[in-house]
Design a protein around this ligand. Structure first.
Ligand code: GRF
Length: 187
C-alpha cells in the first residue's frame, strides 16, 4: 500500500495531530503525515511536528496572499489529502476546489446538530441526551460536507462542558483514524 501524503491543519493543542502521527507509524495505516500547517505561531501542536520531525509551516492568514502560500506548501510536499484537526479558520473555496473531496474535518458534535463554535455549552442548554463527534468531508458550507462517521455517548446529569469535551476528545481519537481507514479502504 502506498501511503497518501497528508497535511494536518491545526490552530492549538494538537492532540488529534499527535494521535494521527502515532497511527501513521503503522505500516497498514493509509496516510503519512508529511506536513503540518498552523495559523497560530504558538500552537502547542507544532511541538509534535518538531518531536516527530515532520515539516511544518506557520501561515499567517492575515497575509492577503496566504491561500497561495498554503497551496505552494501543499504542492512542495506533494500533499494528496488534508485533515483539519482543530483548525480555527474557515477553509477558502479556492483551496476546496484544488482538493475536492480530499479534505476532512473533525467536529465536536453530532452533525448536523451544533455546527460552529461552543458546541458543548449549546448542547447543555438544549438538554441534549447524546453528544459525540463527527468526521466529515469539507465543502463550501461550514461543517456541512457529507459525513464519514459519527461516534456518540449519552450525556450524564453531572456532565459539564469540561467533562463533555474530555469524553468527546476520547472518541475523536478513535473516530479520525477510523474515518481515514474507511476512506482509503479500497485503494
Ligand atoms: C477537537 O475537539 C475538534 O473536534 C475541534 O477542535 C478540537 C481540536 O483539538 N475541531 P486538538 O487541537 O486536536 O487537541
Amino acid at each position: 500500500m502506498v501511503k497518501k501524503n497528508t497535511c494536518v491543519f491545526i490552530s492549538g493543542k494538537g492532540s488529534n495531530l499527535k494521535n494521527l502521527i502515532l497511527h501513521s507509524r503503522d505500516n497498514n495505516f493509509p496516510i503519512r503525515i508529511s506536513l503540518v500547517i498552523s495559523n497560530n505561531k504558538k500552537a502547542n501542536g507544532i511541538s509534535y511536528a518538531k518531536k516527530y520531525r515532520i515539516p511544518y509551516a506557520f501561515i499567517n492568514t492575515k497575509n492577503p496572499n496566504y491561500e497561495n502560500k498554503i497551496l505552494l506548501n501543499l504542492k512542495k510536499h506533494k500533499i494528496k489529502f488534508i485533515c483539519l484537526a482543530g483548525y480555527m479558520k474557515i477553509i477558502s473555496n479556492y483551496l476546496i476546489k484544488n482538493y475536492q473531496n480530499k479534505i476532512i474535518n473533525i467536529h465536536p458534535s453530532l452533525l448536523p446538530k451544533f455546527k460552529g463554535l461552543n458546541t458543548f455549552s449549546r448542547m447543555l442548554k438544549n438538554k441534549e441526551i447524546k453528544a459525540g463527534c463527527t468526521v466529515h468531508f469539507v465543502n463550501e458550507k461550514l461543517d456541512g460536507g457529507s459525513t464519514i462517521l459519527r461516534k456518540s455517548f449519552f450525556i450524564n446529569n453531572n456532565d459539564d462542558e469540561i467533562i463533555l469535551k474530555k469524553k468527546t476528545q476520547k472518541l475523536e481519537y478513535k473516530a479520525l483514524p477510523e474515518a481515514i481507514i474507511k476512506i482509503f479502504r479500497y485503494t
